[in-house]
Write a protein that binds this ligand. Structure first.
Ligand code: ADE
Length: 218
């Protein structure tokens, strides 16, 4: 509506030449499942490409891809146009992938029925980086993974008492040095608990490393 981005969904089945609009067939070499044939994918892509200013970056969504992360979202957000190719069944014939795909992305170590929901995840994370998509109240900067590689600290808002639980008192006294220190500690604790792998690459001070080691968290 605001003209910030445009999404064009293409149905590969529309590019089948088969009378049943079939786009898949048995794998050469045998094995379970079906493979998407190269020609409908090729025709769908060619049809898209002809309306584009230059050769677009083509991303294939597959569990065999590199795992998606925030830095990749930032890279993709620089592109004027992107094509997300979504596979089904046991995947797509390798020849059309070899010829037209620039990168293969997985959204995590689990199997979806198709790449479409993965493409939606990418579209969401990339479009929120486009200037104007987020309101000023929800800027895309100061959040998990942007903060020296640590997870975010917990947040509180009104009411001050909820179901008998108080907001941590440090947040109420207006001492910003103390507040920042508390938040940093909370970030470290959350990261140690939920994503200890991130601590190995996070930008930690020698004091923070010692503090974590003393609590057996690093
Ligand atoms: N297609 C099926 N599973 C997927 C995953 N985890 N990521 C991206 N595409 C997929």
């Amino acid at each position: 509506e605001a003209g910030l981005l445009e999404i064009n969904a293409v149905k590969i089945r529309d590019y089948s030449t088969n009378k049943h609009m079939k786009v898949d067939d048995y794998p050469y070499g045998g094995g379970a499942g079906l493979v998407m044939q190269p020609e409908p994918v090729y025709r769908a892509y060619k049809d898209l490409e002809k309306d584009m200013k230059k050769k677009p970056r083509v991303v294939y969504l597959t569990p065999q891809g590199t795992t998606f992360h925030q830095e990749m979202a930032k890279e993709l957000a620089k592109e004027e146009e992107l094509v997300f190719l979504c596979g089904h069944y046991e995947g797509i014939d390798q020849r059309v992938l070899d010829k037209y795909i620039d990168m293969e992305i997985s959204i995590g170590d689990y199997i979806l029925t198709g790449g479409e929901t993965a493409a939606m995840v990418l579209i969401d994370s990339v479009s929120r980086l486009i200037p104007g998509v987020l309101g000023s109240a929800e800027s895309a900067g100061d959040e998990s993974f942007s903060q020296a590689g640590l997870l975010e600290y917990p947040q509180y808002t009104r009411p001050r008492v909820f179901e008998g639980m108080e907001v941590p008192s440090v947040l109420l006294n207006g001492d910003h040095k103390k507040i920042n220190q508390w938040r940093r500690e909370q970030s470290l604790l959350t990261t140690a608990r939920n994503r200890p792998d991130l601590l190995l690459t996070a930008a930690l001070t020698p004091e923070e490393k010692l503090w974590l080691q003393q609590q057996d968290l690093l």
